[in-house]
Design a protein around this ligand. Structure first.
Ligand SMILES: [Zn+2]
Length: 481
């Protein structure tokens, strides 16, 4: 199993000349506009990087690029309520109601007010019932809490590693239970006069903009690392441009990149990196730029500064493959049939059960067994294009004949039904009925920014584009030193 780091290495030695730059951006205008982007982080559907086999070797090169989403692509809501989670300084629910003379309240013995706080790290096999019993709380109380509201019922979804903070008074009676969901979110259940109150608490995250740029000496991975980019950010960068640049084979020494990305801070401490806001990659002298745009419906995607999609209407490969076991070719010796016959698709060897994704938006026009193809799905797309997925182990049940599918949605699972020596996906791409090589066929672009959003797009992304230009100039100036 090859990890993606090695992918970025290419075996030429070059003099190293890395321009590293990383810093915080204080450009108020940028921050202003960038703050408009914070409302939502839609998940990017991770594009597939393109794949190549060695043109002159009989054995295909093993290439694998597992494409993660951003390290934190989960949506994060920003709330103005700045209530911190009662972590080190628990607030007692049993404290007397706030009076006009708070100092008097504070004078009371803290122990008396706070009762006892127990912190429980959820282990595998833990149930709420077990945890409650461990801390001397009754099953009836648990029942009353989880049935008190739909929100409190979520308490039942405890996961190993999560933290529960239980507050009881001196008599051992329940006061508060806090379920820490992640660094930002928690669920707090309090006893009230007439039952329980449940509140979802979110801490306010501060967003900052950072940038990084560098020139590639040995590999994108190493150079980007030196420029201060984390692995997930490097992968995000590769994902954004994966439709245009083959990061496995086409990267050259002297290529350069500039990335403007978000950083998230909690209480002044960096929590994690946010998404890439804008990026440029110069590959063999050709510049590729992308800016992140969230439209008014909350859809997030990367576009060129002109508003064209950086994605294509089709994934280059419909599976996270481990290797290409057979390339598209006119004729080959068929390993099972023992005779020469044309192979008009690409085979992706992958473990049985690996999800097979629709390479583009379309409709399922065939789902069933098809002779040597075994279990097969055929999709009809726009523009006279059909794609075929064969040797499946099983289908995605809910996606039947006639179903509409979106690019990247799972339609089935890798197997070896039909005539196949081992588990693999056989993938075909046909244009008006003619087989085309899925690895090299020119793919139509995905939709650009909708007309209705063009003005908004320009408004949101112009500062990022300007920033990219500035950073590129700095990089260029450094390179010429
Ligand atoms: Zn095949």
């Amino acid at each position: 199993m090859q990890d993606y780091k090695s992918l970025y290495s290419f075996e030429r030695s070059h003099s190293r000349k890395n321009m590293l730059r990383k810093g915080l951006f204080a450009l108020p205008l940028l921050i202003l506009f960038v703050s408009a982007l914070y409302a939502d982080f839609g998940e990017q559907s991770p594009p597939q990087t393109s794949i190549q086999t060695s043109p002159d070797s009989a054995d295909p090169i093993v290439v694998k690029l597992k494409l993660p989403t951003l390290d934190n692509s989960k949506p994060i809501d920003i709330e103005l309520d700045n209530t911190p989670i009662a972590a080190s300084k628990p607030v007692a629910a049993a404290a007397p109601p706030a009076k006009q003379t708070p100092p008097v309240v504070v004078k009371a013995t803290p122990k008396e007010i706070n009762g006892k706080w127990s912190i429980h790290k959820v282990k595998s096999g833990d149930t709420l019932a077990k945890i409650f019993s461990k801390y001397g709380l009754s099953a009836k109380l648990l029942h009353n809490i989880v049935t008190s509201s739909p929100e409190s019922a979520k308490l039942a979804h405890i996961k190993p590693g999560q933290e529960l903070r239980i507050n009881t008074d001196t008599a051992g009676e329940f006061i508060t239970l806090t379920q820490v969901i992640d660094a930002i979110h928690s669920l707090e259940i309090k006893r009230t006069a007439d039952g329980f109150s449940t509140e979802r608490i979110k801490q306010q995250v501060e967003y900052r903009t950072a940038f990084s740029n560098g020139t590639i000496s040995q590999s994108l991975f190493l150079s980007a690392k030196e420029a201060g980019l984390s692995d997930p950010l490097i992968m995000s960068l590769a994902n954004i441009f994966a439709w245009d640049i083959d990061f496995a084979l086409e990267i050259r020494s002297g290529d350069s990149f500039t990335v403007i990305y978000q950083e998230e801070f909690l209480n002044g401490k960096k929590l994690r990196n946010g998404p890439i806001l804008a990026a440029e990659f110069i590959n063999r002298g050709k510049s590729f730029q992308a800016v992140r745009y969230i439209d008014k419906t909350g859809d997030t995607d990367y576009f060129t500064p002109e508003g064209d999609s950086v994605r294509k209407a089709f994934l280059r490969s419909p599976v996270d493959f481990r290797r290409i076991s057979s390339r598209f070719q006119g004729a080959r010796y068929h390993p099972v049939l023992g005779k020469k016959r044309p192979h008009r698709g690409v085979d992706y060897a992958a473990r049985t059960g690996t999800p097979v994704k629709a390479s583009g938006d379309g409709k399922i026009i065939f789902r069933g067994r098809k002779g040597g193809y075994g279990k097969t799905v055929v999709l009809q797309h726009g523009g006279g294009i059909t794609t075929l997925y064969a040797h499946l182990n099983s289908y995605m049940l809910k996606r039947k004949k006639g179903s509409r599918v979106k690019q990247g949605e799972t339609i089935g699972f890798v197997g070896k039904t039909g005539v196949a020596t081992g588990p693999h996906l056989h993938y075909e791409f046909r244009l008006n009925g003619t087989h085309r090589n899925p690895l090299t066929v020119k793919l139509p672009a995905a939709s650009p920014v909708a007309k209705a959003y063009r003005d908004d797009f320009k408004l949101q992304t112009a500062p990022l584009t300007a920033q990219l230009a500035t950073l590129s100039r700095i990089l260029l100036a450094d390179a010429q030193l």
